[in-house]
Write a protein that binds this ligand. Structure first.
Ligand SMILES: C[S@@+](CC[C@H](N)C(=O)[O-])C[C@H]1O[C@@H](n2cnc3c(N)ncnc32)[C@H](O)[C@@H]1O
Length: 339
């Protein structure tokens, strides 16, 4: 009986934490509904949590269920929604006008690190609406192929390329199928800003990268730092929220009604699944797949407003405010395919 009470108490405490957590987030009506139900009917915490958990959008790791296909299907629906919003972005985050007028969407950070791409054949994995793909071609690449699993993103990318008058290829496929879908080899694989967190298996991804590269070909990877991604994006100061590695079978499940650009329009398919990959997993996966690491850099800056308290110190350049302990905000890896 004591054990049962203790277990009940633990569940209740956990439920309280999750409910408060939910209330702090965007889906407030559902969280409030749960509180009201508890108050009105005197429902025990544990019941409120257990019945609510399946329906409520807690932004915590999934407890159970969901095959990998389901995760990918949910992510694809969400990215279709986002692609439609981003292709008509009213916030300026995506620099659409700049690219259509002949400019570039690439940031100073990647431009300072990618090296000379002139005359190179480049595969741009998870290219989204293709603006960086177009920008890479304008840097003098011989060919650029963008790949993404979202049909809406690929349609928008093709439309932008036509309107920009830039000759690039776009292919709709999941990244794990990139070798067969692109059916070519490359001097460079380019992967940036919010790509590998959508993938459950970083070793499989690294093997795809290696298979796309010619011997001597290079990967350029630039991503949000896994340490930064552990902190609560909705908190008003740095607050640790997530484990540093996400088990493959237990992705982080999120429900966000809006996209990250600040666009007030709502998404229809709100559920996404993500994985945090530690730096060691990424580096070891690349080395194991046959690449040598040329550099691993960690940066103070990030290109989106990951936390409300970040200061914008340049175009799409965000940093922690003075006085706050520094954490790495992003990282980049340059790697070359051996032999
Ligand atoms: C944040 S965007 C990446 C931004 C991109 N680097 C750019 O140039 O704008 C993430 C992209 O990954 C794509 N994606 C997510 N999971 C994928 C998968 N398993 N296979 C292929 N594309 C995927 C999404 O459709 C989305 O376009």
């Amino acid at each position: 009986m004591k054990a049962a009470s203790a277990a009940f108490f633990l569940c209740a405490a956990r439920a309280e934490r999750l409910t408060l957590h939910t209330l702090k987030r965007r889906n407030q009506e559902i969280g409030l509904g749960l509180l009201w139900m508890r108050k009105a009917f005197g429902v025990p915490w544990v019941w409120g949590w257990a019945s609510g958990f399946e329906r409520l959008p807690f932004q915590v790791p999934m407890r159970k269920g969901g095959s990998m296909d389901e995760h990918i299907a949910a992510n694809r629906l969400n990215w279709d929604d986002r692609a439609e919003l981003h292709a008509t972005d009213p916030t300026g985050s995506y620099c659409i006008a700049r690219v259509l007028e002949g400019g570039s969407s690439l940031h100073a950070l990647e431009l300072s690190e990618i090296g000379d791409v002139s005359g190179k054949d480049i595969a741009h994995l998870q290219c989204h609406i293709g603006l960086d793909t177009i920008s890479l071609k304008r840097l003098g690449a011989r060919s650029v192929a963008g790949l993404d699993f979202s049909p809406k993103a690929i349609a928008a990318a093709r439309d932008f390329a036509t309107r920009a008058g830039v000759d690039v290829r776009f292919v709709e496929a999941p990244v794990y199928d990139a070798v067969e879908a692109l059916n070519a080899d490359y001097d460079m694989v380019f992967v940036t800003w919010g790509a590998i967190n959508w993938l459950d298996d970083i070793t499989r991804w690294a093997r795809v990268v290696a298979a796309l590269l010619r011997p001597g070909g290079r990967l350029y990877l630039l991503e949000g730092h896994p340490t930064m991604l552990q902190f609560d994006m909705m908190a008003d100061t740095l607050t640790l929220q997530l484990d540093w590695r996400t088990p493959q079978a237990q992705p982080l499940a999120w429900d966000d009604a809006q996209t990250y650009t600040g666009d007030p329009r709502s998404l229809t398919n709100v559920r996404t699944y993500e994985w945090l990959h530690p730096l060691s997993s990424i580096v070891n996966a690349l080395v194991g797949a046959g690449l040598s690491i040329d550099f691993l850099n960690e940066h103070d800056v990030i290109v989106w407003k990951a936390f409300s308290f970040l200061r914008e110190t340049g175009r799409n350049k965000f940093e922690l405010p003075a006085g706050m302990p520094r954490i790495p905000m992003s990282f980049s890896i340059g790697a070359t395919r051996r032999g």
